[in-house]
Write a protein that binds this ligand. Sequence first.
Ligand code: UT7
Length: 331
Amino acid sequence: MPRTQFLGTGLALPDRVVTNAELSQVMDTTDEWIRVRTGIEERRWAREGETGAALGHAAAIQALDAAGVTSGELDAIVYATSTPDHFAPGNGVYLQKLLGAGTIPAIDIRMQCSGFIYALSVADAWIRSGTYRKILVVGQEIQSTGMDVSTRGRNTAVIFADGAGAVVLGPTDDPSRGILSFDLHSEGAHAELLWVDVPGSMYHPRISEELVHAGRHFLQMDGKEVFRHASTRMPESVRAALASAGCASGDLSLLIPHQANLRISEMVAKALALRPDQVYNNIQRYGNTTAATIPICLDECVRAGRIKPGDLLALTAFGSGFTWGSCVVRW
Ligand code: UT7
């Protein structure tokens, strides 16, 4: 059975930079509070009319270029987002249309912050089984249009942001390279600790002035509980994925944790006894872009030479659902 290897990476971010100082003008917060509690210095928010599919497309073009693969050579698209441009259909088909990629399957994965890890696992299974050969995997979010940008929503509005990352995957017969293992979990008992209630088909109509007035369309989070679970589940999951791959945390060249909060990343690194140079973070510049954080980090690391052939890499994420998981790769 072939293994799955990464052929190319890409990223796209809105050009609108939103600083902590700008947020402190519209809500009761400070640059110091945001930096100390989250590590974030600035983030990117989409301009009016800028769509998620367009961001995904820009990231995909870069990844295809880096891989030396044309959109016509793709066999499938796996698109991770919790913030699609429309209730239905998902962003995968809009990306397929923008790429002019032929009538290939394009599926959406709705696993929030863990979306990219789950998307990789689907693509990996398709490649290893020989179902498809060249697969584009995208993680993309527009969170800025669904947040309460006021003091009432300050625990989420200062954290979440917009962006996209993409990778092109393909099979390799080299037994020393590629995706080695996954570890995937969910725990629906905590679904409402981090969620977006509306629009929802349990409401008739799915969205109304009353629901909007009550703020039910905004992202809601119990930050303390999410923090507590995220900082224990991610290291637990990295250990499990490493064990499945027959490796240990000391073997890691680099850990890319989902960019939820810099303090969470530091706790994950500490729990795994990793040195600072073994962990990559960019939340300082981009905030938490949900399913996009890991592929954005991956692209930055590849282009900066922080990931080299032969490196052992772990990717890990935790988020709404709760859902969490990890992936171990020999680059
Ligand atoms: O992507 C995965 C999902 N997301 C996460 O993993 C995020 C996890 N959670 C967190 O990152 C943190 O819980 C937060 C950054 C959201 C909050 O940090 P915290 O240290 O847990 O603060 P807290 O919720 O205990 O709140 C402390 C105080 C509260 O005021 P009182 O009740 O003590 O008077 C909050 O109202 O800080 C207040 N607060 C703020 N103050 C200034 C909450 N947000 C803000 C804010 N600016 N933006």
